[in-house]
Design a protein around this ligand. Sequence first.
Ligand SMILES: Nc1ncnc2c1ncn2[C@@H]1O[C@H](COP(=O)(O)OP(=O)(O)OP(=O)(O)O)[C@@H](O)[C@H]1O
Length: 324
Amino acid sequence: MLQVNSLSFAYDKKPVLTNINIKVDQGEHISIVGESGCGKSTLLKIIYGLLQPREGEIFWGEKQVMGPDFNLVPGESYMKYLSQDFDLMPFTTVAENVSQFLSVFYPEELKARTMELLEMIDMVSFAKVKVKNLSGGQQQRVALARVLAQKPELLLLDEPFGHIDNFRKNQLRRNLFDYLKKEGISCITATHDHQDILPYANRIIVLKDQTIMANANTRDLYNNPKSIYTATLFGEANLIPINIIKSYGDLEREIIVYAHEFRVSNKKGIPVTVEKCYFMGSHFLVEAMSGEKKIRFNSEEALTPGKKVFLNIALETISQRLKP
Ligand SMILES: Nc1ncnc2c1ncn2[C@@H]1O[C@H](COP(=O)(O)OP(=O)(O)OP(=O)(O)O)[C@@H](O)[C@H]1O
């Protein structure tokens, strides 16, 4: 189990992280999310031992993770960090990069394991290609296989699919997270992309203003994000004054409503006037005004600017969001 206790860090005078506490169980997958510059990469680097915290301690089980002030070579053997720069050997082949850390005393096993990892990253046909001749996305995939070959107990991933095209991303995500689950490898992923999170993370940590704003089970946080900052990490979301719904006229509260949670009606609901309509493939994203309030909602049909429609929110959604 990883335990981060009361951790604080600054590169210079300005604090980047303040009083961070995190626990990660064996086999658990955590996502760290938050706006650009909130300290996601910094936190991973501290956990891996690349940066020295100003305050706080990190433990893996009973063992304390020491920072660069105490360790000449950063990093611990049970932990691997896949950074945004890939740390590959450019003049050797893909297969050699992946198998570098496997035992040469068992050549058959080495071959089988290299193939298993190359299949996972969908790069079997590139086994003999030198890494310097690969694209950025291909190099990122090799870097991933290379860290997995080292059988870490804890894997730290910093934007692991940042360079990978959409064509491959979904399959690679599934392959990777299934593999980690199967092997019982704990994982912390720093990401902007909610598709990296929702299907795979057991828990989400939201960073904002140097601290942990939320630390909750993935579904619970999605269903009741409590802040528009958190909700927006999952998709298009609105902060709606509840009293624009007639039956809640006396309540001075705001609730978060995702764009897909509105139902469009021609008869009754919250009256809005359409301003803009964007084709999103599976639906249209509509921007509309309810008085001074802008609302973004999904619609199955294209709605023309100036059209008046009514919006409805399911009662279960309202009561869920009104929960403290
Ligand atoms: N080497 C550095 N020296 C000084 N400041 C740094 C350094 N690296 C990062 N920072 C600053 O620390 C803060 C946190 O940066 P960090 O890279 O951890 O954020 P992030 O959440 O990972 O961002 P992104 O999502 O854009 O990758 C930012 O304000 C950044 O400008």
